[in-house]
Design a protein around this ligand. Sequence first.
Ligand code: T1G
Ligand code: NAD
Length: 703
Amino acid sequence: MTAPVTLTRHGDIALLRIDNPPVNALSPGVVAGLASAVDAFEADRSFKALLVHGEGRTFVAGGDINSFDDPHFSAKLYNGTLARIEALDRPVAAALHGTVLGGGLELALACHYRVSVPTAVFGFPEVKLGILPGSLGTQRLPRVAGAELTLDLIGTGRSIDAAAALKAGIVDEVREGEPLQVGLAFVEALIARSAPPRRLSERSVSLEGLPADFFDKALDEASRRKAFYPAARNIVLAVQASTLPFAEGEAVEARLFEELRTSPQSQALRHLFFAERQASKIPGLPKDLSLRPVRSVGIVGAGTMGGGIAMNFANAGIPTVLVETSQEALDRGLKAIRGNYEASAAKGRLTTAQVAERLGLLSGTLDDASLAGCDLVIEAVFENMDLKKQVCARLGQVCKPGAIIATNTSTLDVDVLAEATGRPADVVGTHFFSPANVMRLLEVVRGATTAPDVLATVMQLARTIKKIAVVSGVCYGFIGNRVAEVYMREAEFLMMEGASPAEIDGAVEALGMAMGPCRMLDMAGIDVGAKTVIEYGKAGGLPPDDSYRAVVRRMFELGRFGQKTGVGYYRYDGRKPVTDPETARVAEELAKAHGIARRSDIGAQEIVERLLVPMINEGAKILEEGIAYRPGDIDMVWTSGYGFPDHRGGPIFMADQIGLPVVAERIAHYASVRGNPYGYWTASSLLTDLASQGRKLSDWTAA
Ligand code: T1G
Ligand code: NAD
């Protein structure tokens, strides 16, 4: 293995190279290597300047996120080395390319000069990990870019391009070329003009032009709007401390960073960073597997989902044809797409040229023979088994050999649909979430006979269309809706026992859930939810319990479909949900009919436990059955598709934070107080085994 940091000679220039693929993260080896390189540079007075360069695709993309879990973690060596770099008496420059992020940008800011290629991007994404830049980013950036832009960049974690970095003074020059050559030429010019060292820590931060209450307001906003995220407040305090003498600001940053690094919120967000990347990996695939090319896409059905799905491909530059059964439906679908794009343009998110380009990639037809040329066809027709089987059989004939056939079904058996095509190896489920052009989650459903290259191609394609793809095996509801089913079940039992939708939603929203179960179903459509339950009942999937999801079925009968009809669990005043006494009446009537005792002592704690504990238990069953490859996949599905709070890491991560023995005890508790005739409170054996062994669900891997 080559050393991650080397110092070599290039004429008068000492060239410090960082080589730690894939992203040159600051591993302990890189940090130690930087310190040694500085020693060597200090000792050799024949060098006239130092150039810092990252090998491969990028400069440094930041601190090594793995290292933050180390109980002995310390930023001291790195920060001390940055101070030594800055203190050097000969000019130091950084040659920047790729992603100059976090600790990488901090390294660049410790250098005296910075040159960049035009394609580089710059940012402090730490806030997304629940931390702040801990190596003086909060102190050096305001000294060059001002407090306002600093707070914006560090507070949002957004990246800027090289042109913006130049404008902000973050880089001194942007030059086309190969990064190392650009850097060398830049340093040669520095030497030629005897450019002196330039140290940001010696500057002060100007607050000119900012209102006197700038930081107070920012702090207030962070506390109000980002109450669940302590990083938001600490970032404001750290940037505010940049107005102090440098050493004092440094001490403040170190304290605030350490507070965040060890916080449960940051641990949860770091877990999700790795879970997201793990989710895209399919165990057991041959390394040399070649993927099927996807250069054109067909969509059957231009309804709510078909239209949104098509937009994803057009956005990625892939020509897409939509097939419908009537001109009217096709026109409606295309009009909705156009409306969506125009709304984005009106908000300034797209230019009119981009809208035209994307619309130009979309076409519509009533002739399904047009699908013959497509590399991938996704069916998004009504959720009806007979219809879908018919459509799949037709696709099996029309699609060219090697084309991938995908179904967007939410609940139907993908294996049955695969059989219907007559070429099941080509078939996969692609379960998009609504609105499909917005929601980042994509459940990729692996059928019993899905070919490995089909699965791998779709996972790769998901990356192209910027989705977070998670693989699920075939089962009712896949990963996401299967977990949602037990969550909704308990929400409805709680309602029949006497809790109101507002109490139920309020209890989980206080945890950070974007929307409680009642508001969620009102938005998704009670009709859609009820039909699913009814169909599943017809297919023999439901427990022999008449009270099961009785509320949603009754609401459906009453035409209370949620937001779309203005009444559901709530009544809607515009988009605002208002308590509706009719819901309480319906719940009471159903409780009576099903012999469910009404209570007035249901507190928030019970609501949270009754909703969350079954989710965790179902998650464990999903793992036991091999439906999900790994625990983090369930967390990804629920945080990216269902508004589960990312600062809690997802239901599985949260289970480990609560402690599996506690979860197991709560399952047993509710089995005893609620009774367990239908197995609702039967613990997964995986969960009880791990609990008794003192192990975590998150660490579990299939044998
Ligand atoms: N630490 C450890 N591993 C990392 C990493 C990092 N910072 N960044 C990426 N990886 C791994 C990742 O897990 C994956 O591994 C592989 O690299 C490729 O990543 C000191 C405290 C740079 C834009 O937050 O945003 O600096 O799955 O699939 O799509 O004050 O990675 O292959 O085994 O994402 O091309 C701040 C995080 C850290 C940047 C590249 N920096 N990374 O995206 O590849 S905190 C970040 C990214 C810090 C300082 C503070 C992206 C990317 P594997 P990938 P990509
Ligand atoms: P939709 O009713 O909005 O659209 C279905 C469209 O399919 C209609 O425009 C209809 O004319 C068309 N269609 C019907 N038969 C056809 C045929 N033989 N050939 C071509 N077009 C045909 O339904 P939707 O909400 O878009 O749902 C589509 C699929 O996506 C369903 O399987 C559903 O379960 C799934 N899904 C829906 C959501 C959601 O929130 N709406 C979320 C995830 C998955």
